[in-house]
Design a protein around this ligand. Structure first.
Ligand code: ADE
Length: 227
């Protein structure tokens, strides 16, 4: 899978994309991730400006239509994108289902929003999907793009060391994940539940399911009502 990210501050993506599983996924060519600087597409050679005042007074600075159009057109001339995503607090809410679905695509382009947003004409004519990572406002879309990319890439076949572990994530079956323990079996008088030391696989599976349900009911009852 290939992910192109158009950013105003590409440096914000350096660390999230160049460590751990996401780094390995790129090294093994499971994922190709390219971050592009929107300023490289500015017509303003001297100051590389890409924003301008809003026509609505007092609304703050807006990303200009020309550099974004130029950048997207350039990238689209090189390959076909399955989705051109704009990160914005007013987009559809990103969740595990969105990550699963996006991880099946071949090429996606993520445009990071900034300032008070982008010129609406870009959203109307070039963007195919608008995604928010939660009901709060970030300074820009780079961190949202990093969150989405991380959750998508770890799902790719070969993306994770333990191929089955994505299936046991929270949310993957509509439930939160059960608690996990490792050695020692007792620390400070705090004991690992007996069933996990029993060697009885069926009992352990049942315990995990019960725990997942109990946790979900207590912490996220809304998930049990979701279709
Ligand atoms: N840009 C600013 N806030 C955002 C959010 N919550 N999700 C996605 N992009 C954003």
């Amino acid at each position: 899978m290939r992910i192109d990210i158009l950013a105003v501050i590409p440096e914000l993506l350096d660390s999230p994309l160049n460590n751990s599983i996401i780094k390995r996924a790129q090294e093994s060519k499971t994922a190709e991730i390219y971050v592009h600087n929107l300023r490289d597409y500015s017509d303003d050679e001297k100051y590389r400006r890409i924003d301008d005042y809003s026509y609505s007074a007092g609304a703050g600075m807006v990303l200009k239509v020309e550099p974004v159009f130029k950048a997207i057109t350039h990238l689209k001339s090189q390959r076909t994108y399955d989705e051109i995503i704009y990160t914005s607090p007013d987009g559809e809410q990103f969740n595990q289902k969105s990550a699963n679905q996006l991880s099946t695509l071949k090429n996606i382009l993520i445009l990071c929003g900034h300032y008070k947003g982008i010129d609406q004409r870009i959203r109307d004519h070039l963007i195919t999907r608008e995604i928010s990572i939660g009901d709060y406002v970030l300074t820009g879309g780079e961190l949202a793009a990093a969150v989405m990319t991380d959750s998508i890439v770890r799902l790719l076949p070969g993306g994770m060391g333990d191929e089955t572990s994505a299936l046991t994530d929270s949310f993957q079956d509509g439930l939160l994940a059960p608690p996990v323990y490792t050695r020692p079996a007792e620390f400070n008088g705090w004991k690992v539940p007996d069933v996990l030391l029993s060697g009885n696989d069926a009992a352990i599976e049942e315990w995990k399911m019960d725990q997942a349900f109990a946790r979900t009911k207590k912490l996220r009852p809304d998930l049990l009502n979701d279709e």
